[in-house]
Design a protein around this ligand. Structure first.
Ligand code: SAH
Length: 326
């Protein structure tokens, strides 16, 4: 069966990798909730509530450093099932004076359904966010934003061949990825923070420095060929944290890190948080909390590949976890 994207390429000719990714990701998320053990992939907030609870505490600390403003927006980009936001709101509900207005940036109708019940306003982009101090979080959001690929000066495209799709040029030579869209998002975040105050935290799998080809497809927790089922399987590319940091700096803000996720969560006190939860947990729950937290910080699992970049105003104190980063 020829899918929508392949049909388009057969009709109109090759499209860039970025255009292919944009169409594949939009189609993929539009009609499904891919998260969880039975879905295609699992994310930190779906692994353990401790993740959202620690990020909630991170937000409160940043808010205090801002002078505890009465009006503050709590913003999440690509909230998925809304699990992290629910965990953050529950963990911060008893903090006196912290009553943020909640804003979710989400394009998927299927996932907006899953986010229902959160007392939030929904947005299609950052453009409509309120003009006020904000605490912004994005977990596994940037990896879904399209990348361009280049072989030398030539932008790679996707063409139709006998029996499916293929890259032109093919994989010979060094592939370099670039993402003007991600860079622009980081710049928008930075400019809002410079204008209104606040802090942002970007968590994702990625690198600093050179990459090569990181386009990857996943289905049912297994890697698949990127052309196996365009729009039907998850398609992402690793995040260039150096490029995001440069863009934040270019917007007049101060980037911090990136730190490996394991180091960041350890500094936020993941062990103590887990121990406290385990005190009142059943043995089964305790086992899940322990294994979940280990998965987030173990270098062989998510501890090193996943990285955390913070953005503040230049001149602001280091946000929690980033105290000794240059
Ligand atoms: N942050 C969640 C979900 C990650 S999946 C978690 O950690 O579990 C990626 C999320 O980004 C989904 O909610 C998806 O619908 C959303 N998304 C993807 N592309 C988007 C875009 N261009 N604009 C807004 N949201 C987008």
């Amino acid at each position: 069966m020829v899918g929508e994207i392949e049909a388009l390429i057969r009709r109109d000719g090759p499209i860039t990798v970025a255009e292919f990714m944009r169409r594949a990701v939009a189609q993929y998320y539009a009609g499904r909730d891919p998260l969880g053990a039975r879905g295609d992939f699992i994310t930190a907030p779906e692994i353990t509530q401790v993740f959202g609870e620690l990020l909630g505490a991170w937000c409160v600390e940043c808010w205090r450093a801002m002078g505890a403003p009465e009006r503050v927006a709590l913003v999440e980009l690509g909230p998925g099932r809304g699990t992290m936001m629910r965990d953050m709101l529950r963990a911060t509900a008893s903090v006196s004076g912290f009553r943020p207005s909640v804003h979710l940036v989400e394009t998927s109708q299927a996932l907006r359904e899953r986010q229902r019940g959160i007392p939030a306003k929904w947005h299609l982009s950052l453009a409509t966010l309120p003009e006020m101090p904000m605490l912004l979080l994005a977990n596994e959001f940037f990896d879904a934003i399209p990348v361009q690929q280049f072989v030398g000066a030539v932008e790679r495209r996707v063409t139709a061949v006998d029996g499916g799709l293929a890259f032109i040029p093919a994989g010979e030579g060094n592939i370099v990825e670039r993402s003007p869209e991600r860079v622009d998002l980081a710049n928008q975040i930075a400019r809002r923070i410079v204008t209104h105050g606040g802090a942002a935290l970007i968590v994702d799998y990625g690198y600093v420095g050179g990459s090569g080809d990181t386009l990857q497809a996943v289905h049912a927790h297994r890697p698949r060929d990127v052309f196996a089922d365009p729009g039907g399987i998850d398609l992402t590319a690793h995040v260039d944290f150096g490029a995001l940091a440069d863009s934040a700096r270019g917007g007049g803000a101060r980037p911090w890190g990136p730190l490996p996720q394991g180091a960041f969560l350890s500094r936020l006190g993941i062990e103590a948080r887990a121990a406290r939860l385990i005190e009142t947990a059943t043995p089964d729950q305790a086992m899940l909390i322990r294994s979940g937290c280990r998965r987030l910080i173990d270098p062989r699992e998510m501890g090193t590949l996943f990285k955390v970049l913070a953005i503040t105003r230049s001149g602001d104190p280091a946000p929690p976890g980033f105290e000794d980063t240059p």
